[in-house]
Design a protein around this ligand. Sequence first.
Ligand code: CA
Length: 418
Amino acid sequence: MLLNRPYSVILAVTWIAAVCAMASSAAFAKPSTEFSAFIEGLWPDAKVAGVSRKTFDTAFAGVEPDLTIPDLDLPGRPKIDNSGQAEFTKTAVDYLSKSYLQGLAVQGRKFLAEHKAALERIEGLTGVDRYTLVAIWGRETAYGTYHPPNDAIRMLATLAYTGKRKDRFREELIAALVMLQQGIPRSDMKSSWAGAVGLTQAMPTEYLKFAIDGDGDGKIDIWRSVADALAFTAKQLEGKGWVRGARWGYEVVAPPHADCSLEGPPDARPIGDWVRMGFKKASGNPFTKAELASDAYLMMPAGAYGPAFLAAQNFRVIRLYNTSDLYALFVGNLGDRIRGGGEFVTAWKSFSQPKTRTVEGVQSRLKQLGYPMDKIDGKIGSNTRKQIGLYEKANGLSIDCWPSERVLAHAESQAAGR
Ligand code: CA
């Protein structure tokens, strides 16, 4: 899970080049004795978790913090637009690139046939369908052809030492040490900058909770055994509440009187209610009885500038694997394409992504004006889109549920007049 996938490599490289020079400056370099003391401070917790002193010392031999990675809390570092995370820096039309999805789907069908027996076994065991599993593998490491370049111990140690979410990464670091204690080779601990490991890029705490032997050879190898990696992913999804036999969601067409401000989990309702409101499957096919009874929420990742979806429980589960609407939609759609469908009916419009400070500006102005904006983070999530839609509706503006200079200017003048 998380962040630095092949698709975002170019961004990340550009970004790293930009900060490398600064990282070497004294502005946020900390003495290595402080880092060593931090590492030594981990020992009691590692010991309690069952890690031997030998494993501990071997794990950290020669490890220095990497101050060039994103999401660090370093004084003097300039603010970077959403840390180079493709889920938030790419527009939907770029992130859901048709040619990229199609290419992955063709390969995915090949792997589906190649690993048929294992996938059937995993489906039977967990209820998670083979298409979603292969799609996650495709999204995360382009079917194992992308090899995350970083040392997971170094990344996790850096993030636990000086990241914005130190406690979380400290827990992941201890879990990674436990993995080494279990016999995972030190050289296998390669990761994205956020410390995710294996063919399907999952965090060490998830590994300790959910990894299983998928091919029955008596070992767990999420780096070389596709069956082990996909069984692990299936156990994760099952553990997060996957509904057997159900879809992630449906592209829909909204009735003329409905708009994007209906978006978001708080407005979830049975699909039957959406149908009574005039929503239809974009494919034109009817919903089944079981589908009509299941809950879903409206999700429009590009606001009014792209397709609308009813997101069901399994969409929420994929989103727990990696918290991004575009990520979950990518995986759901790639799974559909591997099955042989998946074309979007409504086109994604091309537009440039608003700047983080524009998004933050809109978020903070709306909050000031009394709209429930829990996070001012510059990311265009469901609630941000919804609140913009409600604001536009209340103020007689055209409703697009999208942060723009136009909405920002309007909200600024409203806020100033109060
Ligand atoms: Ca195995």
